[in-house]
Write a protein that binds this ligand. Structure first.
Ligand SMILES: [Zn+2]
Ligand SMILES: [Zn+2]
Length: 426
């Protein structure tokens, strides 16, 4: 694995070699902190090292200030910004503690949530640092209060493990370190630019990457899921969410264009585009795929500030579905996603069947439908529902598309991330 900023052809003439290398070291150490999350001793050692490396970035910058025009005036502004940032203040204090050979007071805690689409109970607990995750889940599952100890059907238990420092109780430590890295990375970037150089952010793999304005690297952003375990309460089975980035290689794209006749359609998949307009452009494509393949995989398009990313998602039962949406909600929060479009093939049934306790797939009047849903962080949602039938030969006959503006209840965890009032929605 290569950390960002190891010497490459781009940095041969780096104006701030020591500053740059401390920043790269702190990236590498951040990963080591993550890798030792369940190993108390290793975690402490790496945490101490990461704090020192991060703090050393600005020390080195001051040593190398001769390379930066009008350093003092420029740096004074950053100093003010850092003073107003609780994480940067903590970093200074923490480094003082660490270099004086004592450890930070840290605590291994966890937040357990019992949920289906909605969060039904939150339990905060201290977790012995060495306790394996599975054991922690089992332990919490056996000590749940009523009604969860008797009625477990379709419920999920999610446990998010968190290391926190006593002096910074509201921040999970990896997120705090990532935030500090982001601030420092922005300073180093600006310093390079002032010295007339371009600063390239690099992935662990060494490749160039674009980063959000807060300066964190993409590998530092989605850590909540790595720290989270989910089990089905009914049988204790671990729920691993099956979703993966959906990417088409060029030749597959060419095949798709030929197979589905996509060249007739134009989808303006840009971050500036209106998500509702994009969803309407995707609808005829989805119909074409369904008619040709007789099925449509479930995919979700997520709009981050930089781009649309596409996920193929898959869940076998209700518990898996509930776990999956939580996983996506976590990503949506951390990647600052503000719009989503989902395409799926679903079973639909009447309200009466639902009231009788039958799932749409088990209902007497069940019908198949192709559904395109678009939802945005300001609370707007639209569903394009196209019922369809299969004839004896398996051919698909689509009915007229209906447009409804209600939000499906399973999106509740995502709406919660967006601060949209969940309780008023069906
Ligand atoms: Zn450099
Ligand atoms: Zn990385």
């Amino acid at each position: 694995m290569r950390a960002e900023g190891q010497s490459t052809e781009f940095e041969v003439n780096c104006p701030l070699p020591n500053t740059h290398s401390r920043l790269s070291q702190s990236h590498r150490l951040w990963h080591q902190v993550l890798e030792t999350y369940n190993d108390h001793e290793g975690f402490r050692a790496n945490l101490n090292a990461a704090i020192e490396a991060l703090r050393n970035v600005t020390f080195m910058l001051q040593n190398e200030k001769h390379a930066i025009p009008e350093f003092d005036r420029w740096y004074a502004e950053w100093r003010e910004k850092m003073k107003a940032d609780p994480v940067m203040l903590w970093l200074c204090e923490a480094r003082t503690i660490v270099v004086h050979n004592s450890d930070l007071e840290t605590q291994s805690t966890a937040i357990a949530t019992v949920h289906n689409n909605l969060s039904l109970a939150h339990i905060s607990l201290e977790l012995p640092p060495m306790l394996p995750f599975d054991t922690a889940c089992e332990l919490v599952a056996t000590t749940l209060p009523e009604p969860f100890s008797s009625n477990k059907k379709d419920l999920v238990l999610s446990i998010e493990r968190r290391w926190v420092a006593k002096q910074l109780p509201d921040w999970e430590l990896l997120e705090a370190l990532a935030h500090a890295y982001g601030v420092l990375s922005n300073i180093v970037k600006e310093a390079h630019e002032r010295a007339g150089f371009r600063f390239e952010s690099r992935h662990c793999s060494g490749g160039k990457c674009s980063i959000p304005t807060d300066g964190r690297l993409p590998c530092m952003i989605t850590t909540a899921e790595i720290r989270t375990a989910r089990i089905a309460l009914a049988d204790g089975a671990s729920l691993v969410c099956r979703q993966r980035p959906f990417q088409m290689k060029r030749e597959q794209t060419m095949k798709a264009v030929k197979r589905y006749g996509f060249d007739k359609f134009k989808v303006p998949l840009t971050v500036e585009g209106d998500p509702f307009h994009i969803a309407e452009s995707l609808l005829p494509l989805a119909k074409q795929i369904l008619q040709k393949d007789k099925y449509h995989v479930r995919i979700m398009f997520l709009r981050t500030p930089q781009q649309w990313t596409i996920r193929q998602i898959d869940a076998r039962d209700r518990a898996e579905k509930y776990a999956l949406i939580r996983t996506l909600a976590n990503e949506i929060r951390q990647l600052h996603v503000d719009a989503l479009i989902e395409i799926s093939e679903v079973w639909m049934s009447s309200v009466d069947e639902f009231k009788a306790g039958r799932l749409p797939s088990e209902a007497r009047d069940k019908k198949e439908a192709l559904v395109v849903i678009v939802a945005t962080s300001d609370g707007n949602c639209r569903q394009y529902i196209t019922m369809f039938k299969r004839n004896m030969l398996g051919q698909i006959k689509l009915e007229k598309t209906e447009v409804v503006s209600s939000t499906p209840s399973y999106l509740a965890p995502i709406l919660e991330v967006w601060g949209v009032n969940v309780s008023t929605r069906g």
